[in-house]
Design a protein. Structure first.
Length: 205
């Protein structure tokens, strides 16, 4: 028998993040809004969802960083570019405030922060780029990211490309509307994440 002591499992605090952007990639295009909501905490004893994901949130609208934008992408958010240029938060200030909020929430939970999204790839690309570009570091590290779409595909034993919210059991979905407002959608996704983490599909016969 091995005498090695059991490995300590570091708890994770899952933070649901949704961003809206005016183009496909950061740099040439801009992240124009950022919403986040605490989704839950996981340790060696299991996962505990946030009681009300709308209770612990963060939201900012950001000033664009370039003059380039894709009109169709901008239209998704419903935000006005002229308003953002005039009144949007400076990206450096907004990302510093976001990073501080994440660290405060993680410290209070005694856990390491993990970003989660649906799907996470687009939101993480902008989020991580903005954090490194404007603050020099990320409270999530370089890989603290969990994709809800992959989580569902794995649990449901489905190919990833076969997954969409419309394919999921209704009980997994949030009753909140997906509005393309970054904070609304972050809260909606936090509820979806909590349901996914607790979901145990019926075994195949």
């Amino acid at each position: 028998m091995s005498s090695r002591p059991p490995r300590r499992v570091k708890p994770s605090l899952y933070v649901s993040v949704d961003i809206e952007a005016d183009g496909p990639i950061p740099g040439p295009y801009s992240m124009i809004s950022l919403g986040a909501a605490v989704a839950g905490r996981q340790d060696a004893q299991g996962f505990v969802p946030a009681g009300d994901p709308a209770a612990r949130t963060f939201y900012r609208e950001l000033r664009p960083i370039s003059e380039e934008f894709v009109p169709e992408a901008l239209a998704v958010s419903g935000l006005d570019r002229a308003d953002l240029v005039r009144d949007g938060s400076e990206p450096a200030a907004a990302m510093a405030e976001f990073a501080a909020w994440v660290r405060d929430e993680a410290a209070e939970a005694g856990a390491q922060p993990v970003m989660c999204g649906y799907p996470a790839s687009y939101d993480w690309t902008f989020l991580y780029w903005y954090l490194i570009r404007f603050t020099g570091e990320s409270p999530f590290g370089h890989s603290g990211c969990l994709d809800m779409k992959t989580l569902y595909a794995t649990k449901a034993r489905l190919p990833l490309r076969a997954v969409a919210k419309g394919t999921m059991p209704r009980e997994l979905l949030s009753r909140r509307r997906h509005t393309h407002h970054a904070l609304d959608d972050a809260i909606e996704q936090a509820e979806l994440f909590g349901n996914l983490m607790r979901w145990e599909p019926e075994p195949e016969v």
